[in-house]
Design a protein around this ligand. Structure first.
Ligand code: IPD
Ligand code: CA
Length: 301
């Protein structure tokens, strides 16, 4: 077996440890950032932001990964090209700063999200918030952890059954697509989820919009959020968090109704936390799908 992918099976533990090392180094770049004067650029619109630090972190990480694992593919948010979509090949899938809007506003909920997928299945995940110093990581088949030693979900065997949307705390995100079918689906569904039962709503306990898809998935993995539903993310937003969540006993399915097999690059996702024996997971997924007002369509956007 070799570590660098020239021959044989990838050494997942070695990859995991190296990704943690890179995330820690990236964290120092991010927390050492100077005030962001004139260094915030818009991408597709004024809420889709990139800073010199997103670019610097991606550059450092891609240089290190390409040098150590030259035979694996690399996909990163800031250098992604639609002409190079995700394939079955072993691929590092990297978001240098997930939660860039938070970073720009000094709201301390951003992270480095480093994933490794094989056959399009998330296999290793490392998510690190350098402001809170919380590190989430997992290797497929070997469990998920916070700060390397605290097993997820945090309540362990005491994790409670899911009792339906009426007692759920849900993460949702506004995202940066603010028009058309996908925007309508989001905001009409938010209203439906919040509305009281007498008017046909789900009356969830509440909704949180914390600004980082990767950290939302880690919150569901930890069990402090029951569900996370979003359309508009990309593979780099979810790859690392995906394996952390599923290794913590959670599930991730399509954000549109009916598809129980979520796709890594499917752009719409619904994640649910662990429950004893999976109790209530499928029911709450169906309940949320049933409350959706419209569906997502990212095929042409
Ligand atoms: C975004 C964040 C946000 C989510 C968007 C993502 P970025 O990533 O994860 O919470 O709503 O869909 O694109 O731009 O901060 O890397
Ligand atoms: Ca990003």
């Amino acid at each position: 077996m070799t570590a660098n992918g020239i021959n044989g099976t990838p050494d997942l533990q070695e990859i995991h440890d190296f990704l943690i090392d890179l995330a820690t180094r990236a964290g120092e770049i991010i927390t050492g950032a100077k005030p962001l004067v004139n260094s915030v650029d818009s991408k597709k619109n004024t809420s889709d932001l990139v800073t010199e630090y997103d670019r610097a972190v991606e550059s450092m990480i891609s240089t290190e990964l390409r040098s150590r694992y030259p035979h694996y593919e690399f996909m990163g948010e800031e250098t992604y090209s639609p002409s190079k979509p995700l394939t079955n090949a072993p691929t590092f899938i990297v978001d240098p700063i997930d939660g860039t809007v938070n970073f720009v506003h000094s709201f301390p909920n951003s992270c480095i999200s480093l994933g490794f997928a094989i056959n399009r299945r998330p296999t290793v995940g490392v998510v690190y918030n350098p402001f809170t110093k919380l590190l989430y990581s997992a290797i497929a088949g070997r469990g998920a952890y916070r700060n390397r030693t605290e097993k997820l979900p945090l309540k362990g065997d005491a994790v409670e059954p899911l009792k339906g949307l009426g007692s759920a705390l849900i993460a949702v995100e506004w995202g940066s697509d603010r028009h058309g079918q996908n925007w309508d689906t989001k905001i009409r569904t938010f209203e439906q989820l919040g509305k009281r039962r007498e008017e046909g709503g789900a009356m969830v306990h509440s909704m949180r919009s914390m600004g980082s898809a990767a950290l939302n998935l880690c919150a569901v993995a930890a069990g402090v959020i029951d569900l996370y539903w979003e359309g508009g993310c990309w593979a780099w937003d979810v790859c690392a968090g995906w394996v952390i969540l599923t290794e913590a006993g959670g599930m991730i399915v399509d954000g549109n109704p009916g598809n129980w097999e979520g796709q890594l690059d499917g752009r719409q996702y619904l994640a649910v936390r662990a429950a004893p024996g999976g109790q209530g997971q499928k029911e709450i997924i169906q309940e949320l799908w049933g409350h959706m007002q419209g569906t997502f369509d990212y095929t042409t956007k």
